[in-house]
Design a protein around this ligand. Structure first.
Ligand SMILES: Nc1ncnc2c1ncn2[C@@H]1O[C@H](COP(=O)(O)OP(=O)(O)OP(=O)(O)O)[C@@H](O)[C@H]1O
Ligand SMILES: [Mg+2]
Length: 225
């Protein structure tokens, strides 16, 4: 499903501020599996999630998603793959605050060819799946943190992704709300969606079948680090 081989990511390449964030990183993740990535602040976790979510490209190395080499895809093909295939959950939710919850969830569907009516139905179904259908007409700015994360999760799920990438999905939430969000992520993973998440919390990490640490640009089994 996700295959990273000898990935490097160098920021400010060739300058005095050159920073080698990822350095020969490998990761193999089969369909339906789950992995938690831990590691200190600045170790490159978000950089890695952005590469996996096709929001950024590695400096070198091979990234294959569902058996296809991403470097061989045109930019528009990558964008289409990202839209159809990958759900992203970002630490700061990345929702449009002044718009309604429903419009936020519908957004990824505007790239599809469905009718407005169909898009609305699909969006409401995704919201129902994570328990926020009743908030559909509420403006995002007026939602609680936990509700925002559920709306963000509905938006990630609305395209029925095969891969869900979550960068600190509970980082901005209180403990109890975090537990609820993790319960949802586990449920989604149990339904066959491959899950990769970043967390600083070992309890959150333990919801995944595999836990790794990002250190010196590479991934290590958590127990070894
Ligand atoms: N676009 C960029 N240009 C230059 N440096 C960058 C860029 N993006 C990230 N960095 C640097 O790369 C390093 C890794 O950043 P990254 O955001 O991946 O860390 P992280 O592990 O997600 O940290 P945190 O746990 O604090 O979220 C940091 O030192 C950061 O300053
Ligand atoms: Mg980060």
């Amino acid at each position: 499903m996700v295959s990273l081989a000898n990935i490097t990511k160098i920021y400010n390449d060739g300058t005095r501020r050159e920073l080698r964030v990822l350095d020969g990183l490998d990761l193999e993740l089969g369909s339906g599996e789950s992995v938690a990535v831990m590691g200190r602040s600045g170790s490159g976790k978000t950089t890695l999630m952005n590469i996996i979510g096709l929001l950024d490209t590695p400096s070198s190395g091979t990234y294959s998603l569902d058996g296809k080499n991403c470097a061989d895809m045109s930019e528009s093909r990558q964008a289409a793959t990202r839209c159809r295939f990958v759900g992203m959950l970002l630490q700061d939710f990345a929702l449009i605050e002044h718009d309604t919850a429903l419009n936020n969830v519908m957004l990824p569907l505007f790239f599809s060819r469905s009718s407005f009516r169909e898009m609305k139905k699909t969006a409401l179904r995704a919201m129902d799946r994570v328990g926020v259908e009743h908030l559909s007409s509420q403006r995002v700015a007026t939602l609680s943190g936990g509700e925002k994360q559920r709306v963000a999760l509905a938006r990630a799920l609305v395209v029925s992704p095969k891969l869900l990438v979550a960068d600190e999905p509970t980082g901005a939430l209180d403990y109890a709300t975090g537990v609820q969000i993790m319960g949802l992520l586990r449920e989604i993973n149990d339904q066959g969606v491959t899950l990769i998440l970043v967390t600083h919390d070992s309890t959150v990490a333990s919801a995944c079948k595999k836990v790794v640490t990002l250190k010196d640009g590479k991934l290590y089994d958590y127990k070894d680090s």
